[in-house]
Structures are given as C-alpha cells and as structure tokens.
Design a protein around this ligand. Sequence first.
Ligand SMILES: *Cc1c(COP(=O)(O)O)cnc(C)c1O
Length: 425
Amino acid sequence: MRFVSTKEQSPDLSVSEAMLMGAAPDGGLYIPQSFPQFTASDFTDPGDLTGIAKTLLAPFFEDDTLAPELADICEQVFNFPAPLIALDDKHYALELFHGPTAAFKDFGARFLAAAMDRMASTDTPLTVLVATSGDTGGAVGCAFANARAAKVVILYPKGRVSPFQERQLTCWPDSVTSLRVDGDFDDCQALVKAAFADKTLKTRHGLSSANSINIGRLLPQMVYYAASAVQIFRDTGAPANYVIPTGNLGNGMACLWARACGLPIGNVVLAQNANRALTDYFGGKAFAPAASIPTIANAMDVGNPSNFERFKTSLDALNHDLHAISVDDETIAAQISHDARKADHIWCPHSAIAAYAYDQLGLVEKNKPWILVATAHPFKFKEIVEPLIPGEVEPSPALAAIENLSMQVIDIPAELAALAEVLAG
Ligand SMILES: *Cc1c(COP(=O)(O)O)cnc(C)c1O
C-alpha cells in the first residue's frame, strides 16, 4: 500500500516512511491511496482485538519493511480491552480508557511507539515532537517511556491542562522531555509545525511527529471500530452507529476510514464542545477554522481540526451519513450530573458530550444500535467531574500508579528559538 499527501505535491511513501515523515513535505497529510475492502466475516472473533488488528492492518503494511513485524507490534500494543458496555438493550458505551494512561490515545500512541522503536537506531536518531492539549502527550510519553532508541519532547499549554494531566505529561524517564509552553494548544501545534519546517532542526534531531496527524496513530484506531461494529453486526444483523467526542478529528477519522473499508458502520455523529468548526461545516457553512476556546472538555479544545485536511480530500468515500453537534460547558456539566444520578454512569467531560448527543437522537434513530464512544476515564478529570456528582471518582489501577511518580518540566515561551535550545540539549 502507498500513502499519498493530501496536497498531491510530495512523493508517495510506504506506511513506515509516512510514519517517520509525520506531515508530508508539501504541508499535506498522508492518506492511504485506497481503502482495502473487508466484510464482517473476515473477522473471526470480535473480542480478539489483536487478531482484528493483524487482519485489518495487514493491507496497509503490505510491501513495507515493517510488514514482518506487524503481528508482533499488534501483540505488544493491543494487550488491553476495549469493552462494549450495555447502557440498555440496544445501546452501548465503547470504553476506550482501559490502557495505561486511561484514554483512547493509548492505542495510537503505543502503536506508533512500537513501530518507531523498531525503526530507530544509533545511526538514525529519532525525536518525536508532540503538541498536546492534554491527553496525547501523556499517552505518547508513556508509550515511549521504555523506548530503546527514540526520544520524545512534549509541548503542552500552561494552565490549560488538569493537574492530573500535567502529572501524566511530566512523570516519564529521561527519554521523555516535557515543555510547558506559555500559550494555548494552537501555539504548541504551531511551534511543532515551525520546527518541522526548519530543515536543519529536522535532520539534526530526526524530528518526527506523534500527533493525530501521524498516520501511525490513525490506522490502529480503526481497530476498535472494526471490533465493535463486527460485534454489533453479529448480535443484531444491523450496522453500528457511533457518537464520537471530537477535537482534531483523529478518532472520528478512524471510524470513517473503517466504514470506508466496508465495515458495518452506519451513521456517525461527531460531538464537539464549544469549538464548533465541524458543526458549522456540517450545518452548511464554509469550513472556518478559529482560535480555540477553552472548555471543560479540554482535550477537545481545537479551533482548527487538523484532520479536516484528510476528510476534505476523500469526500466521496467519507462524507455520507455524517453529522456534528456542538455543546456548551453548561450542557456538559448537566449531562455528567444527570447521568451520574439517573443512570449511575460517570462520564469524563468528553464522553458526556457524546452522551448528550445520543440523548438528542430521535425515536427512529434510537431504535437502531448506537455506540457512544467513551474516550477517557472520568478520574482524569476529577476536578471537573466530582463537584457535579454524588460521591467520588475512583482511579483505575494504572492511574493510581501514575499519581505516585514525580514531575519534571521545563517552562518555555511560545517561540521556536526556545524549542531549538531544548532540542540542542
Ligand atoms: C483527544 C481526545 C479527544 C478528541 O479526539 P480527536 O482525535 O482529537 O478528535 C476526545 N476525548 C479525549 C478524552 C481525548 O483525549
């Protein structure tokens, strides 16, 4: 399989080359040249994420140097479950937070780390730069914490992440450097883009990305959509419909790609916080990226969803049965409060947006199987969640372990020179 740039001005690459490149040299993002076609019967056991990953990802790795390693990578990465939890007889939560940092980003980050660590060597330095609005950096830091050769530099916006997120961004060993940037997430993202555009920096440090623009993050995220859709199709004979909390549109894109690969997926609703660029677009307006607005679902505080670039180049394959909804902070808070009391279900603020969007569906829609994607464990946002619910939020075992690690962080202004200085060591 070849991967092509959305801007069509760069040579096509194999999957591991595209992973190392991050964004394409022409400023575009890599997309697969075609979507391999599957049917539900290609997958024998929907409960076996590792097996599904091997089958689903094989065509994307065909003819790549990592092809012989794919099975191993899948074994290493998909070693925790993505359970479908019944909310009632037709509706489920897909819990994507059973990994080591308790958010769905563990899947993509661990896959990319496992792949990249197999590509790096002493002759080939590899430094992953990652801008994060909260969860990505923690997942990437954790995923690379035991890397042999690769290094990671995490940039996060000062004062815009929760205390626990901050701990999770700064608690990893020396292979991981954490930078607290005086700016917002878009500033962090702009710094990373500027570093990549600087040819000297890029070659000297072997700069590579791990944001959701990296193809190595997106591909493995298709796996839990394939697994859950196949499960629902087996049980009901109908396609599964999804509500997905959306920021940079990485998780949503993975679902749309899984659907384009023939998996039994029906409607997709992208659930946004007050950053409503996609909601406005699907409401019929022109796509208008904006500065990000801080919300209580801060991992989705994205004014300019980077994966829209991928979406707009594959409109024919992707743009059908697709909707978006934008929700303000009061609505998120009310949903968390309501569901904790009425349904004994505690959502993180991001997942609560999906829960709200689901509740708004009409009766006809509600008669179909719907999956509400739960992107993070509520404990990660307990400062927001606990005042809204009776009682406390208990950490998952993995999160409890992180609470005891110490923090290391460097403060920098939102300037390329400051980042270059850190990279120089
Ligand atoms: C990153 C994140 C999102 C948004 O995912 P995108 O791929 O950026 O759309 C939603 N929820 C949580 C908890 C996240 O960490």
